[in-house]
Ligand binder design. Structure first.
Ligand code: LCV
Ligand code: LCV
Length: 258
């Protein structure tokens, strides 16, 4: 059963997340469908790709499929579905716009942040939740989140794991616009129209330059290895397994710091 709907209209590829029973949680099959649809659209040389959910959803995406998280397994290493999907969006040769209705959680927030322009309905919220589940987020993920989010705001989001409103997200530059939900689609397509009529080669180059330069940072290898060793400890920890178990048992987790 397709977990997304796809449409190609006037040089715009439109992807609609459509797995309501799992609140559009990003499971392996959803990630793979998104990646292959992005590829598929390239055959038509699109000017823009839009990722959205069905109009009226309460949850745009519930984030990484927690049922696919396993204790003692690195949840965010290079080849996991969410990592592959986020790279596919970042390396995509044309602008990828996310149009948000409803709440965005965890890895879906990083996915949205990896798109180029984010337009949300004013009732949307955004949360990044590794601290809620005891997940050892990876350095690539943290780097993706750090792009022009004021550090104190990002730390507040990460440490509290609480949702912030679209208004707050716009005020702090995390998203481009928060508009009335009833105007969201029209507003988004007005932005798409402006982009569509500009020079595609220049836009592709600009996107590639921004992604290259914003992810360029010197890291001391031994410091990097230290972080990786810490991550290995955490995804082998009782706390990580407890975070997953508590969610699945619909109860609050009891983290003991081991
Ligand atoms: C699997 C789900 C999920 C889900 N996975 O409906 O960023 S990190 O590091 O944390 C990363 C690892 C990550 O992204 O982790 C996931 C972070 N996501 C969240 O913390 C959101 C978890 N979900 C919720 O808080 C609620 O489901 C929301 C608020 C999204 C919707 O609440 P609502 O009451 O409308 P339910 O909670 O009843 O969810 C409906 C069904 O979807 C499942 C959930 O287990 C339930 O399944 P059952 O019908 O079998 O009970 N579900 C929801 N989110 N991320 N499954
Ligand atoms: C030569 C001009 C110019 C002009 N050059 O008066 O950032 S990048 O990569 O794009 C970079 C390469 C760059 O900076 O490219 C230039 C970007 N500039 C623009 O896109 C602005 C282009 N100009 C305009 O949009 C209009 O001229 C504005 C809105 C600035 C003013 O409009 P207005 O109606 O008041 P005109 O357009 O009639 O311009 C008066 C005269 O100045 C010339 C224009 O061709 C016209 O010449 P003629 O009187 O011979 O017709 N002109 C204006 N801008 N950047 N020439």
């Amino acid at each position: 059963m397709a977990l997304i709907e796809k449409e190609y209209r006037e040089n715009v590829g439109i992807i609609t997340l459509n797995n309501p029973k799992k609140k559009n949680a990003i499971c392996e099959s959803l990630a793979n469908e998104l990646i292959s649809t992005l590829d598929h659209f390239l055959k038509h040389t699109p000017k823009v790709v839009l990722i959205r959910a069905k109009a009226g959803v309460k949850v745009w995406s519930a984030g990484h499929d927690i049922k696919e998280l396993k204790g003692s397994k690195d949840p965010l290493e290079y080849s996991v579905p969410l990592r592959r999907l986020i790279r596919a969006v970042q390396k995509y040769p044309v602008p990828v716009i996310s149009m948000i209705e409803g709440s965005v959680w965890g890895g879906a927030f990083e996915l949205v942040r990896s798109t180029d322009i984010i337009i949300a309905g004013s009732t949307s919220t955004f949360a990044i939740t590794p601290a809620k589940l005891g997940v050892p987020y990876d350095t690539v993920g943290v780097m993706n989140l750090m792009h022009n989010i004021a550090t104190p705001v990002l730390k507040e989001m990460l440490f509290t794991a609480s949702p912030i409103t679209a208004k707050r997200a716009m005020e702090t530059g995390i998203i481009n616009y928060a508009v009335k939900v009833r105007e969201l689609e029209k507003f988004t397509f007005e932005i798409i129209e402006k982009i569509k009529h500009n020079a595609p080669l220049a836009i592709t180059l600009l996107k590639e330059e921004i992604n290259l330069l914003s992810s360029a940072c010197a890291v001391n290898p031994s410091e990097y290895e230290k972080i990786q060793a810490g991550r290995t400890k955490i995804y082998n920890s009782n706390d990580f397994s407890e975070g997953i178990k508590a969610f699945l048992e619909k109860r609050k987790p009891e983290f003991k710091g081991n």
